[in-house]
Design a protein around this ligand. Structure first.
Ligand code: NAP
Ligand code: GCO
Length: 262
């Protein structure tokens, strides 16, 4: 029994989780630390990184934080080289950093559309491209892209986000296809509706969206970042070495459910 549980351990592994000062990224990185990994994360500014470092320290985690915009290929290449030099080759990458702009499509500027695509789709490409060479040399790697319900479904006002997350699903499958032969597994996690700053506007008192989501979720609740920790450990561990190109939806059943009968 012990051996199978050891396959879920991340002891000795180095993980980079993007945009992980708080929210889903912070929860996943914290879970990885509990499973034995060394945690590296980045965020957009020093204030956020410092906030994250303090939050990790309060959990007893000595994380390594860096200021870096995931859309800047040159800076990402420099960051990965710095981590490889100072800490070691990255074993696990979680492309978590993301943004959303909720604007009716015909009112959305092309600039806003491009910004969402840049952070939510181009950046996962940039960061994965930077870490894969080290994973190939090391003989293994785990890439986990944080997808979304909107990798499968659309809804009003999230055209750019859905296009990005749909593309991220296929980028996940393509990395799995192209690099699986190097013992690199690339999978996605598709969170349902999770209570984080990103969804705070949807959960404001009186917002009908709050009740709508609860009615569309068989679990009849919003997800928490803790709900994602176990699935994220699984996809980062040896236990999932033959899982590749899969999007693991952690959604309380939303995608399986037509919705509460009237
Ligand atoms: P969040 O609370 O908005 O946190 C996103 C993090 O990414 C923030 O730390 C943010 O920093 C950082 N970030 C944004 N743009 C960046 C950039 N260019 N470079 C570096 N860091 C950047 O979001 P979340 O709810 O934790 O979501 C995390 C991921 O899960 C996202 O990819 C999101 O699309 C996805 N997701 C969320 C839900 C949900 O219901 N919450 C469900 C499915 C998928 P700033 O604070 O500076 O913006
Ligand atoms: C929205 C929400 C969703 C969630 C998530 C669902 O406006 O519909 O922000 O997009 O963030 O992506 O999986």
């Amino acid at each position: 029994m012990d051996d199978i549980l050891k396959s879920f351990s991340l002891e000795g592994k180095i993980a980079l989780v993007t945009g992980a000062s708080y929210g889903i990224g912070f929860a996943i990185a914290s879970a990885y630390a509990q499973a034995g990994a060394t945690i590296c994360f980045n965020d957009l500014n020093q204030e956020l990184v410092d906030k994250g470092l303090q939050a990790y320290e309060e959990l007893g985690i000595k994380a390594h934080g860096y200021v870096c915009d995931v859309t800047d290929e040159e800076k990402i290449q420099e960051l990965v080289a710095k981590i490889e030099q100072e800490i070691g080759v990255i074993d696990i990458l979680v492309n978590n950093a993301g943004i959303i702009k909720r604007i009716p499509m015909t009112e959305m500027s092309a600039e806003d559309f491009r910004k969402v695509i840049d952070v939510d789709l181009n950046a996962p490409f940039i960061v994965a491209k930077a870490v894969i060479p080290g994973m190939i040399k090391k003989g293994h790697g785990k890439i986990i892209n944080i997808c979304s319900m909107m990798s499968e479904l659309g809804r009003e006002t999230v055209s750019a986000y859905a296009a990005a997350k749909g593309g991220l699903k296929m980028l996940t499958k393509n990395i799995a296809s192209e690099y699986g032969g190097h013992n690199i597994q690339c999978n996605g996690i598709g969170p349902g509706y999770i209570a984080t700053p990103q969804t705070a506007p949807l959960r404001e008192p009186g917002n009908p969206f709050n009740d709508f989501i609860i009615s569309k979720t068989p679990a009849a609740r919003w997800g928490t970042t803790e709900d994602l920790m176990g699935p994220a450990i699984f996809l980062a561990s040896d236990a999932s070495d033959f899982v590749n190109g899969h999007i693991l939806y952690v959604d309380g059943g939303i995608l399986a459910y037509i919705g509460k009968q009237p």
